[in-house]
Design a protein around this ligand. Structure first.
Ligand SMILES: [Zn+2]
Length: 337
């Protein structure tokens, strides 16, 4: 029987400024007699990746050096687990020219089929919300047909223009939402890569030069699903929910919302049900809030803004893992259940 020894990557919650090109990916596959051991190393300026033990290690102590000192028999096959590519906005793609901040790039972690423990052939775009310096001062059209927003939010209802990227909130404990979103994004990335999905990381640091339209276009063109990670600006510890397309006739008749609303709802519901199954608190039991978001207005694939709680939510390292697990399960159930 196959078994996997897990390597826990701990993401530093401090700002991630390092060049993404520094990230190195390797995997080590172990032959049939011992099952499969996967080591997925991400080495970058802002990462610590301590090896925290395997099934035979019950001490629970961190071994700072073990990550690079696993004893590997000589017949082990060492291959890359995935390739990395920087993906820029394709300005011939639908809606691309609506973006203003668009000289940055997303990073595609493309799983190698031959090395994968499981291979789905699908790509998930992970969009850690906020994190674009000066993004709130620049405005982009709220809708592709230039009509005004039908619901309020960071930008109020009736606005033809919306913030290109808003600031995001600050938690009661002083952590910024942008940082928490990024921590969950990295944990989700590992979860997806370990389970057969390629990942398009739209933001990997604290100043992503992509506005919400550019992010959405990148996800439309390069991924099967788009997950934007957020926490809400209330302080009531409200629980988890996602944003469904606002119930306004004109909005629901506008493309691409008209053709895509069901994909959004199906993926969103799947993520909420996964969290419910894990015993997580769901806002008002239903876990949905109607909204008119740039992401929804310009998405052409299964695209969900998930709100993992609010200012009162304690985002611990354990909790980051739980959030990643719930989102992953929701995505996997959406595609395969
Ligand atoms: Zn947010």
């Amino acid at each position: 029987m196959k078994r996997i020894l897990s390597i826990i990557l701990i993401l530093s919650l401090t700002a991630c400024n390092g060049a993404t090109n520094d990230i190195v990916a390797t995997s080590i596959n172990v032959g049939a007699t011992t099952g499969i051991v996967e080591v997925n190393e991400s080495v970058g300026a802002n990462f610590r990746s301590p090896y925290v033990g395997d099934e035979s290690d019950t001490s629970g102590e961190k071994d700072e050096n073990a990550n690079n000192k696993l004893e590997i028999p000589s017949d082990f096959i060492v291959k890359d687990k995935y390739t990395i590519e920087n993906i820029y906005v394709d300005f011939s793609a639908p809606y691309a020219t609506y973006s203003i901040i668009n000289d940055g790039y997303a990073v595609l972690y493309k799983l190698n089929k031959s090395d994968a423990y499981r291979y789905t052939g699908k790509t998930v775009a992970i969009n850690a919300g906020h994190g674009t310096k000066g993004g709130s001062k620049i405005k982009t059209f709220s809708h592709p047909d230039f009509t005004p927003k039908v619901s309020g939010g960071t930008t109020s209802a009736g606005s033809v223009l919306s913030s290109a990227v808003s600031e995001g909130m600050v938690f009661n404990n002083g952590m910024t939402e942008a940082n928490a979103n990024l921590a969950v994004a990295y944990a989700l990335k590992d979860k997806l890569l370990d389970n057969g999905y390629s990942v398009l990381m739209i933001r990997e640091n604290d100043d992503c030069r992509l506005d919400n339209i550019a992010r959405t276009v990148l996800a439309n063109e390069n991924a099967d699903a788009h997950i934007a990670i957020h926490f809400d600006s209330t302080a009531s510890n409200k629980g988890i929910f996602y944003i469904t397309p606002y119930n306004d006739k004109n909005y629901l008749d506008m493309e691409p919302v008209k053709s895509n609303a069901n994909n959004i709802k199906k993926l969103g519901d799947s993520i909420i049900e996964a969290f419910r199954g894990m015993g997580e608190k769901i806002w008002k039991n239903k876990g949905t809030l109607q909204g008119d978001l740039t992401q929804i207005s310009f998405s052409t694939n299964a695209s969900v803004d998930i709100e993992l709680g609010d200012k009162a939510t304690e985002v611990t390292e354990d909790k980051v893992g739980i959030f990643a697990e719930g989102i992953y399960k929701g995505i996997d159930n959406y595609f395969y259940e």
